[in-house]
Design a protein around this ligand. Structure first.
Ligand code: 6U4
Ligand code: NA
Ligand code: NA
Length: 158
């Protein structure tokens, strides 16, 4: 049985540079602030999955999504492997709404609540905030509160 999950994660940034995060209200990552995303469904592309999840979770429609990076997660003593495709957008329409899954809130970059986010986020977020290059990250978790191995590198090098 395959335990690899392909997920998306989208970061929205508005015209003044603030970032929209959502407080996850249920399920995996409950209680953490995060971008918007979820499992890619059979028959849809990763990009389509990212756009769908964004709308489902915060009401916004992305007109374009830019690839930011790829994160791979392994968990000690757990066959689960996550492949998280990270996108960003500043090209969207609609009104931000709270949904069953997420409570959205705009954050200034200097106020991003890293202490209430996944432990890996402060490690790769800087790559996103500085606007490139695209990155590939690997994190080995022991449980959900400890990282025992980590690597983030650029994928732009030839
Ligand atoms: P269902 O089963 O439909 O409620 P679904 O919305 O499809 O769930 P979900 O919410 O389990 O999927 O997806 C998890 C979300 O959390 C994805 O956006 C990826 C993101 N995520 C998972 N591990 C992460 C990590 N270590 N750091 C991070 N985001 C992570 O920043
Ligand atoms: Na989700
Ligand atoms: Na889903």
């Amino acid at each position: 049985m395959s335990s690899r999950k392909v997920l998306t994660l989208t970061l929205v940034r508005n015209s003044v540079g603030d970032i929209l995060l959502g407080l996850k209200k249920r399920g995996f990552g409950e209680g953490k602030w995060n971008g918007f995303g979820g499992k890619v469904e059979p028959g849809e592309s990763i990009l389509q999955g990212a756009a769908r999840e964004l709308t489902e979770e915060c009401g916004l429609k992305a007109h374009s999504l830019t690839k930011v990076g790829l994160l791979d997660f392994d968990f000690i003593d757990d066959p689960m492997r996550l492949e998280v495709h990270v996108f960003c957008t500043s090209d969207y329409s609609g009104t931000v709404i709270e949904t069953e899954e997420m409570k959205p809130k705009w954050y200034k970059v200097e106020d991003i609540p890293f202490h209430e986010m996944w432990l890996d986020d402060p490690i790769w977020f800087s790559w996103y905030l500085k606007g490139g290059p695209q990155f590939k990250g690997y994190f080995l978790y022991k449980g959900l509160d400890k990282i025992v191995e980590q690597e983030v590198k650029s994928t732009d090098v030839p």
